[in-house]
Design a protein around this ligand. Sequence first.
Ligand code: TRP
Length: 467
Amino acid sequence: MQKQREHWSSHLGFILAAAGSAIGLGTLWKFPYVTGENGGGIFVFIYILCTFFIGIPVFIAELVLGRKAQRGAVGIFANLANNSAAWKSVGWLGVASSFLIMSFYSVLAGWGLNYVFMSLSQFYENRTAQEISNIFDVLSSSADITLFWHFLFTALTAAVVYRGVRQGIEYWSRFMTIGLLVILVGMCLFAMTLEGFKEGVQFIFYPDLARFKPSAAIEALGLSFFTLSLGQGIMLTYGSYMRRGDDIPKTAVIIGVMIVLISLLAGLMIFPIIFTFGFAPEAGPGLVFKTLPVLFAKLPGALFISTGFFILFVFTALTSAVALIEVVAANFTDLLGWSRQKAVLVVAISCFVFGIPSALSNTNTLFANWPAIYGKTFFQTIDDLVTLWFLPIGGLLVSIFTGWILDKELGKEEFNSGTALRWLWRPWMIFVRWVAPIAIVFIILQQSGLIDIDAYFGRRAIPNQPL
Ligand code: TRP
């Protein structure tokens, strides 16, 4: 029994909704912190290269596949690959990634909610920059408080998804995406007045070879896939909601450019603060929370700006989280015939439960010895597992499928339908057949230690990173 699939009411609505789901904590939280840890400059450059030459082609591929098959991620491969079990597992890999991302995403977004609350009570008053920054450590090591906000955010997301695709996502995304852009630009303008602005800009854009290790390429690639929500079937699902008259390549390019711009804006806002107040760029996942409130505290109207920013932070997280739960739930409704409500509830509760060790990872309560055994916190283990392995492998398989397995004519027809950029089909084909797979395999080999570009460049000793 085939139900009629919901479609987006307008093309702009679609772009804003897809952008709203893609723009999220990846740009506001992950980009600055990963860039800080990897020394800026060349890392940012590689991130941008990965986005344009690997990310956007894979993005187009996912939309093409999704619109062709009109199904969720697992169903797509069932449909287009003659029900091959191997290809269906690519869909499941994507579902697993979405699930894992959601489990720690809600912890972060929960912290964001907490910062809305803290901003309202003007927590920064009478505190020095260092004290404001340190509050995050207190927060993240408080098990009960972190769990509370983690729960609240997951419940909020589940409530939104419950209401259905269109009203739930499309409606809110437009306002939030635009509001976020406005506040980011405003904050960057303000950051320009800080002493450390020049140093911040230099950190992001100046290619300092001594600070870069080539093996960080996997982080750049993973970051690019993470921020664009690729390699896990989300854009496949979005593609299935697109109409045949919608322009796929243009949409992918617009969203790709937006994501890069917003990431850079977030960086331009955060790094000047770091250099002005003498914080460390490699502060890790807490970076956003440790730096931005320091800036807000300096501003006239701090109450509104700080609260406003964190509300937007939570909202962009919410539009992404809605999509994350949606992807997982959609596959259950498509394949197991579950009702939407049942699927949403089961998925949300599972995400919450699986997120508990992430929420508690700075607290020494659950899995207290995890970092001593595995070298990083539970939170970071899951984050790295998805970003450095699942997403790149998912992206690789999507590009191989589109470039080599999918009937060329079918792909071409779908690519061309609705676009004026038909000439792009050929170059795109070269990217999905050759460039993306080769680059991804190369980067994964480096990651797994089978080849070692660092050694080749003769730079094993890296500043800031004792081996
Ligand atoms: N792109 C999102 C962000 O930048 C995170 C994300 C990754 C995501 N994969 C997703 C969001 C799938 C929704 C669906 O925050």
